[in-house]
Design a protein. Sequence first.
Length: 250
Amino acid sequence: MPNDSRPRSLPHRLLVLATGNWLARGYLAVFALSLLVMFLLPESGFAMSFLLLTAPLSLLTMVLPFGPGTEGGGAVEVLAIGFWAAWLLLCAFVNAAALGALLQRSATSASTGFRKPSPPVSDLPEREETGTAHPASPRLRRTRALLAPAVDNWLARGYLAVVAASLGFFLVAVYLLPDPGFAAIWPTMTTAPLGVVALLVPSPVEWTSSLAWLSPLVFSAGAALSGLFNAVLLGRLARMLRARETPPAA
């Protein structure tokens, strides 16, 4: 069909990825449930769970000058809350699309048997005799392939730059400034939702006074891994969008 090869708009491609498989649809269902909890049980501990589910993008609303409680009243407040709600929905669809791209990529690799054929034994260089380095192990190749989406596109690289800046600010504040204040909030926000877990991991270290200085390093390592995981998801999403944007060859 001629229409099938025509590039589709970015919102349409995001919508397809965000609703195209059970993982993405399940995430959207949990997000909808969190919104219901917010309206029905506003005083419960789960009332703000929708912010965690749509992190890290949704946490940007904490530093933006609009949203619930915006001063001005009337049309200004309605406009601010409407923009805030639209931003949350966009964050939810982006996260759902990232999860959908992850599952779709895995299914595609499994169905096509994406694996490079091994070269014949006779074609392999005699590396043992020449003393040259051995080829990378299959586990190392799989690790590189798994992490490649985090560094091969501008979206994931830009996100990693933000994570690195937040971690650098946190470490400087903790070890060099007299009062670090709430410096940990920035890497926690940029690497959420797993960054919230990374914030809780150093707690046992903090209980030991002799090892308390290790707590910021343990948190930084956990936040860095959380950011890397998010970057992989963003990279896979960027790959899927780029693949859908490119029309198939005739």
